[in-house]
Design a protein around this ligand. Structure first.
Ligand code: PMT
Length: 393
């Protein structure tokens, strides 16, 4: 991929973008305008990316080492971050008078702009018209973020955070095979209150469900994530509905079920909750305390009874007889797919970034997967879901 850096104070954040991309295994070719090199030296980008930085069309060494048409042809995605009002205006006007504008003109890769400038510059009708014009012909834009600007103003003009830019790049590179799907995904634990300061919960961190939401959004689905309490940042391009108890999760899921084309239940829903919730903090007067629990509704089972063409995916968190127990849940809850999750195995299940799973479907197919990251597993789940949908009679 090519990261083009233009001259603004936010250039320093582009350094972090390169670092994150390299960490994720991207091959990054950096191109800079002369003005950008006033803020950060090409040497910084060269050291981080491990590749010479393109700065000048008329440098004979650069042209033989990199070649501006080569750069345009080889890019699978072209990102301009930060993008100044000047570069937006030049590209919108068809000007190709330096290395960067020439390469953008020649590339057939998707081009993403991450603008950053003074708030009044950004609001200027000429800049806005240029952005609309470029969007109309297929260029992609990220919105600048509101906040304190280096010029002393407060407002919309900050470069989005490097993580957000990298996430947008991942999205652009993904095939959009889930476009048109409306996915309802659940994540995280529930908290069932005992009194105002205590609750019953489980070890779910929400990481698996959030990875599913990220993967689905990258692949073009409209995603609603119903999430129990977690400390995770909201995934990009996802509507997050925060809930606490299993009852709240049930209500939030049922309300949105009619509009969904598929549901993936990765949440570790509480099976039981206290019969009585004490209105005031329980005092430690007795030697023992007995809690009476009642069964919570099984959300997935309820969806299975009224799925009406929607695809239903469940998880089975198991510590023994993993496959047999998952098969039973697949049948009894009328699911299309179940992800059998051995939560006792090393590197698998709750809290960590990796998981081990076997995918089973209603057609009797069984796919045993090795240890992988939750992000990778999310993609494997959607590959299977997509195949099920495509092969439907
Ligand atoms: O959040 P992480 O830390 O990343 O951990 C991931 C995970 C271990 C929570 C996840 O991979 C997982 O296995 N989720 C399912 C946990 C679970 O509740 O499994 P279960 O076997 O008890 O339930 C079977 C299915 O029915 C699940 O899809 C569950 O969401 C659903 N269910 C369960 C109980 C209930 N009352 N209502 C439900 O809908």
């Amino acid at each position: 991929m090519v990261l083009a850096v233009t001259g603004g104070i936010a250039c320093y954040k582009a350094v972090e973008v390169v670092r994150l991309l390299m960490r994720d295994g991207f091959s990054v070719q950096v191109a800079m305008t002369r003005e950008a090199a006033q803020f950060v030296t090409p040497l910084t980008f060269q050291t981080l990316s491990g590749q010479p930085v393109a700065t000048d069309t008329f440098s004979l060494t650069e042209e033989s080492q990199i070649g501006h048409i080569n750069l345009a042809d080889q890019a699978d995605v072209f990102v301009i971050a930060p993008a100044t009002a000047n570069i937006i205006g030049k590209i919108a006007s068809g000007i190709a008078d330096d290395l960067l504008t020439t390469v953008v003109m020649a590339t057939q890769a998707p081009v993403l702009f991450a603008p950053s400038m003074n708030v009044h510059m950004f609001e200027n009708p000429i800049v806005q018209e240029n952005i609309r014009k470029l969007r109309r012909v297929g260029y992609h834009f990220m919105e600048p973020v509101e906040g304190y600007l280096a010029c002393g103003y407060e407002g919309k003009g900050r470069l989005p955070e490097p993580e957000a830019i990298v996430e947008e790049i991942r999205g652009l590179l993904k095939k959009k095979d889930l476009a048109g799907e409306r996915l309802l995904i659940t994540a995280g634990p529930n908290q069932e209150p005992i009194d105002p300061v205590r609750f019953i919960t489980n070890r779910s961190s929400g990481k698996m469900g959030y990875a599913l939401a990220r993967a689905a959004a990258r692949r073009g689905a409209a995603v609603t994530l119903v999430a129990g309490p977690t400390s995770l940042p909201p995934p990009a391009k996802t509507r997050v509905v925060a809930v606490r108890t299993a009852e709240e999760m049930r209500a939030a899921v049922l309300e949105r079920f009619a509009d969904a084309t598929a549901v993936v239940m990765a949440a570790a829903v509480s099976d039981y909750s206290p019969v009585q919730v004490a209105p005031k903090k329980l005092k430690k007067t007795a030697d023992a305390l007995r809690l009476e629990l009642k069964r919570n509704p099984d959300i997935l089972e309820e969806l299975g009874r009224k799925k009406d063409g929607r695809l239903l995916v469940g998880f089975a968190a198991e510590t023994d007889n993993v496959i047999a127990n998952a098969e039973k849940k697949l049948r009894e809850k009328n699911l299309d797919m179940i992800v059998a999750n051995d939560v006792a195995a090393e590197g698998s299940g709750f809290e960590g970034d990796t998981n081990i799973a076997t995918i089973l479907d209603h057609g009797g197919n069984v796919v045993t997967l090795p240890l992988m990251t939750k992000d990778e597993l999310a993609d494997r789940i959607f590959d299977h879901l997509h195949a099920l949908k495509t092969n439907r009679p």
